[in-house]
Design a protein around this ligand. Structure first.
Ligand code: GRF
Length: 225
């Protein structure tokens, strides 16, 4: 049985108003609706955590406006500004560490990490993917949704998993299923999956922070309540 040496939720940082809250860093590239779902869950008191930094791989995207509207510090770390993926990765790690982050959430982040990022945060990086993995892995939205529709599956959904060096193949933390309807278009299916993502991601983050996950092979097991 392998247990991450410093599992998510083990470390707590940053006293806020006398409370010690787990500190999240959220990585984005575009629309930012999952970032908004995280911030809304925190504001409703459903996710006891704080977001100390938003990092975007692209400038001028709506996710950065969402961060600003919530008063969250944001950084753009764009690939073209770095001579190599390793240097881009090192900049991401430095920004996360500088912001005291102990759990990283990829919420529509359109980059594949250099391994140095995964090494810096072992089993402390979560990703959300718009399919029921391992089906329809790889590719950014709406490719996984389009692939599911074309394959004729009757159920699709979303997956939150730990990030490892293999794309979309890390241990699965949580999944939610939605039906594929006869009159679905890619857009309609993507919208139904997105609504499920907004519920699943904050819940999965809370589960990781509070549930003392341990990894057995590809399985993520949580303490029984
Ligand atoms: C979501 O469908 C997510 O699963 C995928 O990219 C999309 C991001 O959407 N990884 P948003 O930027 O959170 O609105």
């Amino acid at each position: 049985m392998a247990e991450p040496e410093s599992g998510a939720g083990r470390e707590e940082t940053a006293a806020v108003d006398g409370q010690r809250l787990p500190t999240l860093g959220v990585l984005v590239s575009g629309r930012g609706s999952n970032l908004r779902a995280i911030l809304d869950a925190i504001e409703r008191g459903e996710l006891p955590a704080r977001v100390s930094i938003v990092i975007s791989s692209r400038a001028g995207v709506p996710a950065l406006d969402i961060a600003a509207a919530h008063g969250i510090p944001a950084r753009v770390i764009a690939p073209r500004d770095y001579p190599s993926r390793a240097e881009e990765g090192a900049a991401i790690v430095a920004a996360l560490r500088g912001a005291g982050v102990n759990l990283v959430v990829l919420a529509g982040f359109a980059r594949i990490f250099d391994p140095c990022v995964v090494r810096a945060y072992p089993y402390r990086i979560l990703n959300i993917h718009p399919s029921l993995l391992p089906a329809f892995a790889g590719g950014m939205a709406p490719k996984p949704q389009a692939d599911a529709l074309a394959a004729g599956v009757k159920l699709s959904g979303c997956t939150v998993h730990f990030v490892t060096d293999e794309v979309d193949a890390g241990p699965i933390i949580a999944q939610a299923a939605v039906p594929v309807l006869d009159d679905d278009t890619v857009e309609r299916l993507a919208e139904r999956i997105l609504a499920a993502e907004h519920q699943l991601l904050p819940t999965a983050i809370r589960h990781v922070l509070e549930g003392h996950p341990r990894i057995e092979g590809k399985r993520v097991l949580f303490d029984q309540e």
